[in-house]
Design a protein around this ligand. Sequence first.
Ligand code: F6R
Length: 244
Amino acid sequence: MYKIFDTVEAVSRYTAQRVLDKIKSNPTAVLGLATGSTMEPVYEQLLQYLQQAPVDLSQLTSFNLDEYIGLSAAHAQSYNYFMHQHLFSHLSMPECNIHLPDGLANNCENACEAYSEAIKAAGGLDLQLLGVGTNGHIGFNEPQTCFDSRTHVVELSEQTRLDNGRFFDDQAEVPTHAITMGIQDILEAKEIILVATGAHKAQIIADLYHSEMDEALPASALKQHPNLTIVLDKAAASLLPENA
Ligand code: F6R
């Protein structure tokens, strides 16, 4: 279940190759995608592979995990903007196959319900990419989120707002709420790859390794998944036992 590599580059090559293999073996695959610093080199590597050997992406579908409430797709810190900047604007994937929660929805509850339904209608997620927060969140499912949750509105924890403040000019600009796919939506993916890199992730990765399934640590929900790979660099794995 654990794949540990020396460098971030090696982590990114392995992860991007897994995504590419999925797309090649199933051109109509439905991908669950994440944003964040961990994913930037993964998407960069995936783009390199696709440039070297183009693959037909016309039938590929994607659903992103989450989006801030109150930020438009054009806002430089929105996840919609991130995904277009780092991936979609470089791909020949039809825009109508790309899905992110709508941070400006008039009725967020309806939008959330429709998002989980749209994932189901697409046939479910074939491969879900995940990062992990330093507090163990996956998507924006913060500690104490029910494991049977569907797409929902969350109030972001102070820890998450502090962590993500690095992308904003001013900490006060970090939105207080977001829409996230629920843990149950994530668990229904046929395959899950969780990626963590850097020494700042070492403690939460060790906590995850030692934890039982516990809603205080959202990523621990993944322990019940039959097809989970946790991909780490040496720094993120540094507090794991030798035999992990
Ligand atoms: C982002 C997301 C988050 C991040 C997590 C790690 O779409 O769902 O759960 O994966 O906050 O973020 P980074 O990679 O920036 O450390």
